[in-house]
Structure formats: C-alpha cells, structure tokens
Unconditional design. Structure first.
Length: 133
C-alpha cells in the first residue's frame, strides 16, 4: 500500500511559492505573524489614519490578535500562507474602517452598522448550516 503524496505544483504555483520564500528570506520582518504583529498590520492598513477610526479596541483588537496568534501557532504556514493571513487581516480591518466611515457619514444607520457580526465557521458536515438556520 502506497502513502498519499500531494500533487506536484504547477509552474505558476511553484514560481509564486519561490518568490514568496525569497522575499521572506530577504525581509523576514514582513512575514511576522502573531499577536505581537497586530500593531504593524494596523499601521500598514490605516496608512497614517488614527486607529480610533476602527472603533473601540475591545470590539476588534482581541479577535485580530487571536487570529494572528492562531495562524502563527497552529498554521505551520509557508511564506504564501503568511502572506494570505496578513492580507486577510488587513482586508478585514479596511472593511471595518469603511463601515465605520459609512456609519459616521449617515447617522440614520446608527449603531447597527458597527455592531459586530455573528460568524459561524466549521468543517464540512459539522452542523454549521443547522446552527445558521
């Protein structure tokens, strides 16, 4: 009985992986993830804006730190995976800024626009659809 082995990467995928690993070797500071990297991600995402535009720290900071720490500890990520985690964190922060800006520009939206969403996640066949419904 032979063991499973992953399929070979395409040339394009191999090139992306090699470029990311090369960049990580040259600039390891760009690939740091974990709770202690939250400040750097916030700073890069906001590009000089006051972090207060994200709303109260207690509403978003613990989740960001947990996400980054979990990726660092549990992810066993290569350079492409780290890039994806950093991009995801940055995109979610940017979306939060846009929602906050929208709520400030249209007071009729009120606090509901800034209310944290309820997110349900889980593996296949684990009851998430049932829970959602």
């Amino acid at each position: 009985m032979s063991g499973w082995s992953p399929p070979e990467r395409s040339r394009e995928a191999s090139a992306i992986y090699a470029a990311a690993e090369s960049e990580r070797a040259e600039h390891p500071e760009r690939f740091r993830i974990g709770a202690d990297s939250a400040d750097a991600i916030v700073e890069r995402t906001l590009k000089g804006r006051d972090p207060a535009c994200l709303g109260p720290l207690a509403e978003w900071r613990p989740g960001l730190e947990q996400f980054l720490e979990s990726a660092a500890q549990d992810g066993l990520l290569n350079a492409v995976g780290v890039r994806m985690v950093l991009g995801t964190a940055s995109a979610k922060l940017a979306a939060r800024v846009k929602l906050a800006d929208l709520a400030r520009s249209d007071p009729s939206l009120g606090k509901r626009a800034l209310a944290p969403p309820l997110v349900i996640v889980g593996g296949w066949r684990t009851g998430t659809t049932f829970l959602f419904r």
